[in-house]
Design a protein around this ligand. Structure first.
Ligand SMILES: [Zn+2]
Length: 278
């Protein structure tokens, strides 16, 4: 059975903390490096529902994509939900480790998993990492849809390929337009419209698109937009991360069980359709 420090070393070989953005907070949040690890749970959000699942399953380590504390705090008292998460973890001997923008930038990373889940063949990063001489790492990906599909068929394929959420998938553009080249970015992607435009893709699949960036992007260039739930666009990475840890565990003969959380932690819980004809 490996120690927590062994498992963290293995995870950081795949997702080195130095690949994270300077504002990010990745790595070990709580846990004793000397503790033994036999069960690892992978989840997007370090929220109470996920921590409760970890306790029920008997996990020793939870690996999440999102940080628990992105900015500093002066208290982890259980009077706040984050403090309650910390208390639940420590009381039950569970460690928490975060791989966020370092997992976004990895090859393969969060957007590779998203591209694969919706049937795209990745050709390269959307925003290459200047520190990568091979040009493979970076934020977002560009992929090919083979054969091309109409926008409405591609949106249906996205909805089918991602885990179901109440928000569903929003689409902007002519439903009959043929989509062949697609930019994808797991998580909030409305900061990359300049790169999407420069890439000359037919469609952009991401999450959290706000009115003004989306409106300006579609006015400036005829790009179709496909906007899924933030949680859903990052969830496919969990299996990728699990597989990466499993490969190390099998090679080193570790008796470690792994599991991907299926609890939907997207904050949107319902969707009221309106009668509307475009
Ligand atoms: Zn995210």
């Amino acid at each position: 059975m490996p120690k927590l420090s062994d498992v963290i070393t293995a995870l950081e070989e795949v997702y080195p903390p130095q690949w994270a953005e300077s504002w990010d907070a990745v790595g070990l949040v709580c846990g004793d490096p000397q503790a033994e690890v036999s069960r690892v749970l992978f989840a997007v959000d370090p929220v109470q529902a996920v921590v409760d699942e970890a306790v029920e399953w008997g996990a020793d380590l939870v690996v999440t994509h999102h940080p628990l504390y992105l900015r500093g705090t002066t208290s982890v008292a259980a009077t706040t939900f984050k403090g309650r998460v910390v208390h639940t973890l420590i009381t039950n001997g569970i460690a928490l480790h975060v791989a966020h923008t370092n997992a976004d930038h990895a090859d393969p990373g969060v957007s590779d998993a998203l591209a694969e889940a919706v049937g795209l063949r990745v050709t390269g990063p959307l925003v290459p990492d200047p520190t990568d001489p091979l040009g493979r790492r970076g934020t977002g990906r560009i992929g090919l849809l083979e054969p091309p599909l109409t926008l409405s068929a591609f949106a249906a394929q996205v909805a089918e390929g991602l885990p179901a959420t109440a928000a569903g998938v929003r689409v902007s553009g002519d439903p009959d337009r043929l989509i062949s080249r697609v930019a994808v970015c797991g998580g909030s992607g409305d900061g990359f419209f300049a790169e999407v435009r420069a890439a000359g893709v037919d469609a952009y699949l991401t999450a959290d698109l706000r009115h003004h960036p989306a409106s300006e992007a579609t006015e400036a260039a005829p790009v179709a937009l496909v906007d899924a739930a933030h949680w859903a666009t990052e969830w496919p990475w969990l299996t990728l991360a699990e597989r990466a840890l499993r490969a190390v565990a099998d090679k080193r003969g570790w008796a470690v069980e792994t599991k991907v959380s299926h609890r939907v932690t997207d904050p949107w819980t319902a969707h009221a359709p309106m009668s509307f004809t475009a």
